[in-house]
Design a protein around this ligand. Structure first.
Ligand code: LMR
Length: 334
């Protein structure tokens, strides 16, 4: 009798879990992992995407967002996407290098773009499409580019010109181009995951770093750095990527709704990024924890004069044809 009752119970349980599994209204879950704070430009754009995507898909999709490297750090999140442990990410261009797509590093070159308009021309044109296409062979689909902004330089001592960078240990993203850039300025580059930057600055593992103001502020880096210089020397932005097998398996109408939500999130991301960076700069100035310096035109020339050598050294790494194509599109060549 006891046996019969427990067998019936097990049967009922199987039946119920079978229903739950096959339930047509249980949503498809997209795990979206990222490394920045929820109130950084990327963090906000991901939440915007979640809201739109879930609304357009009418309960058939749920987006679980994991900010601040909660789930994975830089390199691990890329591997997790390849393995299908997460479905979506928005890493910066540099983060694709360890995967073997070194051409993405071209965007890291200092003084490649004079402004966002030049940048957009390039990433929204054939170069951008080509870069996205490079992701296919890695099991990703590149869906969109999201803005952050131009980087400033921070350190535990004042920096006015590249001369002042000599000997400074500088945290960089995993990019050979950024390594070349820092070495050209006499600094000692050190690759660290974004999550580890605050502590590395605090404990003196590195002396300084480069990032747009919004990332500095939302990670509280200004509390562990004494000086920052508004060099705006290089660009940092994102590539929204999805696991290809997952994407290809989605029903057509779901994919179409996700694309619609993403197009709107992209417009939103690109619209808010500049203001987020401007506001972050104001907030950090107000905090009086860090001193900001704006280089004079002569000092700025000392920075831009280094571009020619850095670009020439990095050309082979990123591809000479690709670089020449970008120069052609922007009309600017150092
Ligand atoms: C960094 O590692 O500095 C940035 O790529 C972090 C980010 O995603 O903005």
């Amino acid at each position: 009798m006891t046996f019969l009752r427990s067998a019936l119970f097990a049967l009922a349980l199987n039946f119920i879990s079978g229903i739950a599994y096959a339930n047509p209204i249980s949503p498809i879950v997209i795990k979206f992992s990222h490394v920045v704070a929820p109130n950084a430009p990327k963090g906000k754009a991901v939440l915007f995407f979640k809201e739109r995507a879930e609304r357009y898909c009418e309960g058939k999709i749920r987006i679980d967002v994991y900010p601040n490297s909660e789930l994975y750090k830089d390199k691990d999140e890329i591997e997790a996407l390849q393995l299908g442990a997460v479905q979506m990410l928005a890493p910066s261009f540099s983060k694709f290098s360890p995967l073997g797509i070194k051409e993405f590093e071209v965007i890291d070159l200092p003084f490649l773009f004079q402004n966002k308009a030049d940048l957009r021309k390039v990433i929204n044109g054939p170069v951008g499409r080509w870069l996205l296409g490079r992701l296919d062979s890695k099991g990703f689909v590149g869906l969109a580019f999201w803005d952050n902004g131009f980087k400033i330089m921070s350190a535990n001592r004042p920096i006015k010109t590249p001369e002042n960078m000599r000997g400074l240990k500088m945290r960089i993203q995993p990019s050979r181009v950024l390594q070349i850039q820092m070495q050209a300025w006499g600094a000692v580059p050190k690759i660290l995951a974004f999550k580890d930057v605050y502590q590395a600055l605090q404990t003196g593992i590195v002396d300084g770093t480069e990032n747009p103001p919004s990332n500095m502020y939302t990670q509280k880096m200004h509390e562990v750095q004494k000086y920052a210089t508004l060099t705006y020397h290089g660009y940092l932005g994102y590539v929204v990527v999805v696991n290809k097998a997952f994407w290809d398996d989605l029903p057509d109408n779901i994919r179409a709704n996700l694309e619609k939500a993403l197009a709107e999130a992209t417009a939103y991301a690109n619209e808010i990024a500049q203001k987020e960076n401007d506001d972050a700069l104001v907030a950090m100035k107000k905090s009086s924890k860090i001193e900001f310096y704006t280089p004079t035109p002569e000092e700025m020339k000392a920075w831009t004069d280094t571009a020619k050598t850095i670009h020439a050294t990095a050309a082979e790494r990123v591809g000479t044809d690709l670089l020449e194509e970008i120069y052609k599109e922007t009309g600017v060549k150092p």
